[in-house]
Design a protein around this ligand. Structure first.
Ligand code: ZN
Length: 575
């Protein structure tokens, strides 16, 4: 294996971006040996293609496992682990690899000891300078990490906690420099907490906290729990040993940070649209949640922020914001030390007294109205619009004396205009637990279709809301699939095998939630074939090369017994 590249892999200079790791793996074939083969065997094992042990030698059983993996993933079963095969292996093992290493370990220490021994917090804004981290959906990781960390720094200062930053500008830091700054801040001690702030990428949704092998999961669990309470999805808390030496941490920020209590907080995935949208609006809420968890862990007083945070959107003015939150322009200016009246989109403002109010009496569901819980962004006007009613009606039904709404407030919404059943849709009344996604799944449609049919501008549903649901239609022929009508004897497995695809792909393409098929059901089948007409000069080899397949594969698909082709001959080609 290329030594330089392997060193990068081992030292994890590429950080946590799974996305790039496969790129540095060498091509492997039978009789190769070494660490890369061990990684290969581990991955095949996790994916259930290999049941042998992790020997590091590419033997016959390993080759067979590789071929089976390739077949299952519609790659040519060459038994050679090329770039494409590595990529898929990494993609498919991202989650299970991490899950494998979740340790259950609940030795809750005495929080008194924590508090009395506690020395300080080092905040590490991940990446920076030449290393942007992950980029996607309008987020550059290094910038959001810095913004989050500066906020965290300011808040810990306010809370009277000793705190140091590894960088406070857009600075390039080598792993060694970064680690040195961590260890020089308060010394190398288990009573130092290191919070490395990151935004994830690589296909996933929600926050994660990774902690060092030397530590327990009490603090990471508290942090993830609080981030969840702040409205972000949460994935898991886990440890990750190095693939080559399981006694060491995989991430250098955990491996090389001495005996400190170091953890990496991934607030969400910027390559996931939902996460990215939440992060853009609420990232500081999630950071505040992490701060709260740390204070709670240390048993130090946490001043519940009385001011909420509000992110400026297009069209906002200081006056409209003050109005919405029932405060004054002056109070916002004072609280945020603003020097001008100009606001920038995305700017975070602290709002005086905008905490979610206690709801003294929850109105019960009635026959003439449904209930709606006010979320960020709701105005009387937007609600009237959404529910096809008027501001006056909502005000009357709720005895409102002003237009100001508070987050969490429960409103009666007049239910007069209920959509009627149409030819292209059926009606569904939202019950507890419904989400756009679950409904799309249940009714064999898409979130986009439901949103469009109901003119929804957000994904929030309210109990009792009546939605139009597109009627399941017989799918039309598309470019990426062909249609198949289910006949007696068909199973998802037999179809997958016949059409050279996978059960998972057929299920996904048809939004199937079970494996049961009914006679006459029309299924979309991923189209993986084209019909190619032989022209003069063609050989099996040239065709195979053009379509990135193999001579053997073409012969197998077309039952050819020789390599001879005739002009005009039609061949089925797997693409
Ligand atoms: Zn990162």
């Amino acid at each position: 294996m290329n030594q330089d590249l392997f060193e990068i892999y081992q030292n994890n200079m590429i950080d946590e971006n799974m996305e790039y790791e496969w790129m540095i793996m060498p091509v492997l074939k039978q009789y190769d040996a070494g660490d890369a083969v061990m990684i290969l065997q581990e991955k095949l094992h996790i994916l259930d293609f290999y049941s042998g042990s992790t020997t590091g030698s590419f033997d016959h059983a390993t080759k067979e496992a590789v071929m089976n993996f390739q077949i299952a993933n519609r790659l040519n079963p060459t038994g050679i682990v090329d770039e494409e095969t590595w990529k898929l292996l990494f993609e498919k093992t991202t989650l299970p690899v991490n899950q494998m290493f979740i340790k259950v370990d609940n030795n809750e220490e005495e929080s008194n000891t924590r508090q009395s021994n506690f020395v300080g917090i080092v905040i590490d804004p991940g990446h920076g300078g030449d290393d942007p981290g992950a980029i996607g959906n309008g987020i550059i990781e290094k910038n959001m990490n810095l913004e989050n960390s500066l906020y965290m720094y300011r808040r810990f200062n306010e809370l009277g906690v000793p705190v140091v930053l590894t960088r406070s500008t857009d600075e390039t830091l080598t792993p060694t420099e970064r680690v040195n700054r961590v260890l020089n801040a308060f010394g190398n001690s288990p009573n130092v907490i290191v919070l490395s702030n990151h935004i994830n990428s690589g296909g996933g949704e929600g926050a994660e906290v990774i902690y060092a092998l030397r530590n327990n999961n009490v603090l990471p669990n508290k942090i993830l729990e609080e981030i969840g309470k702040a409205g972000q999805k949460t994935r898991r808390v886990y440890q990750r040993p190095s693939t080559t030496n399981p006694a060491l941490d995989y991430y250098y920020m955990l491996r090389n940070t001495g005996s400190t209590q170091a953890l990496i907080i991934e607030y969400g995935f910027l390559d996931n649209v939902n996460d990215a949208n939440r992060l853009k609006r609420y990232h500081l809420d999630y950071v505040e949640a992490a701060i709260k968890a740390v204070m709670n862990y240390l048993d130090l007083p946490y001043n519940q922020e009385v001011e909420g945070l509000y992110t400026v959107v297009r069209g906002d003015t200081l006056w409209s914001i003050a109005n919405r939150f029932g405060t004054t322009v002056d109070a916002i200016i004072r609280l945020n030390n603003l020097t001008s009246y100009t606001l920038n989109i995305g700017q975070q403002l602290r709002i005086p007294g905008a905490e979610i109010p206690e709801v003294p009496e929850i109105p019960s569901e009635g026959t003439n109205y449904t209930l709606h819980t006010v979320v960020r962004g709701d105005t009387l006007w937007s609600l009237a619009n959404k529910f096809n009613t008027t501001v006056a009606e909502i005000r009357a039904l709720n005895n409102l004396t002003s237009n100001t709404l508070s987050l969490g407030q429960i409103l009666r919404i007049p239910g007069a205009e209920v959509p009627s059943e149409g030819t292209n849709y059926t009606l569904h009344t939202v019950v507890r637990g419904d989400t756009l996604w679950s409904l799309a799944n249940q009714f064999n449609t898409t979130v986009a279709e439901i949103r469009a049919l109901n003119n929804l501008t957000s994904d929030a549903l309210s109990l009792g809301q009546v939605l139009r649901i597109p009627r399941a239609e017989i799918p039309g022929e598309g470019t990426n699939y062909t249609l198949h009508t289910v006949v007696r004897g068909d199973t998802l497995w037999s179809l997958a095998s016949r059409f050279n695809t996978t059960v998972a792909e057929i299920r996904a393409l048809n939004n199937l939630t079970s494996d049961a098929l009914s006679l006459g059901q029309v299924l979309r089948i991923p189209s993986t074939f084209i019909v190619y007409t032989v022209v003069s000069g063609d050989t099996l080899w040239s065709i195979a090369s053009r379509f990135r397949t193999t001579v053997d594969e073409i012969k197998r698909l077309n039952n050819l017994t020789s390599n001879l082709l005739s002009k005009g001959q039609q061949l089925l080609i797997k693409i």
